[in-house]
Design a protein around this ligand. Structure first.
Ligand code: PEP
Ligand code: MG
Length: 595
């Protein structure tokens, strides 16, 4: 991946996922350095916590036995016997009893207790004379890391509080919980080894307006902390020790970016409408209630996707009804009369919880996530539905269910919603009796039964991020197959067209809230395929509106009609690029750089 640039610049290339340029020192983060979170338990939660510890110990043991089996196959039994010592740590009653005692006595979470006790043992072992015992520290450290990773899933955070100046983060991966917790004043941008355009870290980077490049393989081996670097989120480059010439060229690029942003400010108060007068509302995707300021500032005509899962992650307990109500109410009342589409909890996949520890899954994106998880946890789900309903009294709130695969799920979710409405009526709590519910169309089966779903929905929103991953069988997180993740694949265009046709027949409106809607190049194609509304990260909204105001719906329809006859994703993409560049050349000037 590394290439020598001119005058000794070292250039690392990856996938550009969030536009912008950052200059500053690197900060290399290894997940092992992550903090172990501590939280307090209520008395009645202790048994469940002990169960959680037990499950993590069993899972670690299975993992070690599997490693041992593989080492035996490749290197022989003698080499594999080193793992006996690891397994013994897991059977050490003295250590485990002490962990249990700490959980009970201090009423703290299992990862915190395990780490405390293990650290104490390691410190004691490191002090003894006996060399054999001293070597056991490494075994114990390894086992501890494994147990902690089973306990914490991937939800342990990146702490930047000790840094004096903002940095460019370099990491193997940033989970959504890492990214959402970032202290924005300390981060200029980030680079990761893995990930792709639609991984949630990339989506969050765009929301936060942070330049980001992912899929820079082995960047952790190439880069050290405190190296001066330039991060180019337009073209997917990390330039280490940039030369004066490179800094000069990027200075010009940044100036072009600033003048583009000035131009884009002109459309903030204008509606989304094509040159031939077709209204295309442009809405914003948000992750937290605080984002409502960004929604107003970018000129979005409402919220097309409120990803509520970020209210749930990085905390020991799910948010209570009132806390959720406050968050939803704030957004709904601030934006009133503009619509706010609140998507019910979409946990799972790459979004993990610390309080809802699911079993490790082989295929988490095909597993226990989103509506499946919610329908199996009706109490937790009802808390959210009630909060959303109550917020609907304060603005134009709509409910949207993620990952609907068929009619049954939609009906079950709607039934639960009706039950929550009945409860609220009994309690005399107000809500919008006409509240609209809609399905996300992001699983191919949903497209195939879209006619049936349309009869039970008031709107559809196409989640192209998942729709593409599931239809093309391309993991949206995997940089190695990112080239196969093709939004202009003929199959995707047909699926979108099938969805808009089914919606048209039932008189429903269709929006797109996946990342395709935030890519100006693809916007005319989506509109031509019959999409009525678009929803994208706030920083992208002005660009999309600017473009929409420069195209004709007729051209967009011709483009889509032509594209539906084509066989090659890249040929379709080229034509889309030509059209978008002709319509709004200014949008593409900041993307060019010679290095
Ligand atoms: C999508 O899948 O396109 C979508 C908007 O949902 P998420 O990215 O949160 O999975
Ligand atoms: Mg999705």
């Amino acid at each position: 991946m590394a290439a020598a640039g001119d005058q000794g610049n070292r250039v690392l290339r990856g996938i550009p996922v969030s536009p912008g340029v950052a200059r500053g020192k690197t900060y290399v983060w290894h997940r092992a350095e992550a903090e172990v979170p501590r939280w307090e338990l209520r008395e009645e939660e202790i048994p469940a916590e002990l169960d959680r510890l037990e499950r993590a110990l069993v899972a670690t043991r299975q993992q070690l036995l599997e490693v041992q089996r593989q080492v035996t196959e490749v290197m022989g039994a003698e080499e594999a016997s080193i793992f006996d010592a690891h397994l013994l740590v897991l059977e050490d009653r003295v250590l485990l009893d002490e962990v249990v005692r700490v959980i009970r006595r201090d009423r703290v979470n299992a990862e915190y207790a395990f780490n405390q006790v293990a650290q104490k043992y390691m410190a004691a072992l490191a002090r003894v004379e006996d060399e054999y015992l001293r070597e056991r520290v490494a075994d114990m450290r390894d086992v501890t890391a494994r147990v902690l990773s089973h306990l914490m899933g991937r939800a342990h955070g990146l702490d930047l509080s000790h840094l004096r100046e903002p940095v460019i983060i370099v990491a193997h991966d940033l989970t959504p919980s890492d990214t959402v917790q970032l202290d924005k004043t300390k981060v200029l941008g980030f680079v990761t080894e893995i990930g792709s355009q639609t991984s949630h870290a990339a989506i969050l980077a765009r929301s936060l307006g942070l330049p980001a490049v992912v899929g820079v393989g082995r960047v952790l081996q190439e880069v050290e902390s405190s190296v001066y670097a330039l991060l180019d989120g337009f073209n997917g480059l990390l330039v280490l020790n940039p030369s004066d010439q490179v800094l000069f060229e990027y200075g010009q690029l940044v100036r072009r970016q600033i003048s583009l942003e000035e131009k884009l400010r002109e459309v903030v108060d204008q509606p989304g409408v094509t040159l031939d007068g077709v209204r295309v509302p442009i809405l914003a995707n948000i992750e937290q209630a605080d984002d409502v300021e960004a929604v107003l500032a970018c000129g979005a005509e409402g919220v097309g996707l409120f990803r509520t899962e970020y209210l749930y992650i990085n905390r020991p307990h799910p948010p209570a009804e009132n806390e959720q109500y406050e968050a939803y109410r704030r957004v709904a009342s601030t934006l009133r009369p503009r619509p706010v589409i609140i998507r019910t909890l979409d946990l799972g996949g790459d979004k993990f919880l610390s309080h809802l520890v699911a079993q490790q899954e082989m295929n988490p994106f095909l597993g226990w996530r989103a509506i499946r998880l919610c329908l199996q946890q009706p109490e937790m789900f009802s808390v959210q539905l009630r909060a959303i309903l109550r917020a609907s009294a304060e603005g134009k709130v709509k409910v949207m269910y993620p990952m609907i695969s068929g009619l049954d799920e939609l009906c079950q979710a709607n039934e639960l919603l009706e039950r929550c409405k009945a409860q609220l009526r009994r309690q005399g709590l107000p809500f919008d009796e006409q509240i609209e519910t809609g399905a996300m169309i992001e699983i191919p089966s949903a497209v195939l039964v879209a006619d049936a779903l349309a009869r039970r929905s008031r709107f559809f929103s196409i989640g192209t991020n998942d729709l593409i991953q599931y239809s093309l069988a391309v993991d949206r997180m995997n940089e190695r197959i990112a080239h196969l993740y093709e939004p202009t694949h003929p199959a995707i265009l047909r699926l979108i067209r099938m969805t808009t046709r089914a919606a048209e027949a039932a008189g429903l409106r269709v929006s797109v809230c996946g990342e395709m809607a935030g890519e100006p190049v693809l916007v005319p194609l989506l509109l031509g395929l019959g999409v009525h509304e678009l929803s994208a990260a706030p920083p992208l909204v002005p660009r999309i509106k600017y473009l929409v105001r420069r195209i004709r719906m007729n051209e967009a329809r011709d483009l889509a009609e032509w594209a539906l006859t084509q066989e090659s994703a890249s040929a379709i993409l080229r034509r889309c690029e030509e059209l978008a560049r002709d319509a709004a050349p200014l949008l593409f000037e900041t993307r060019r750089v010679d290095i």
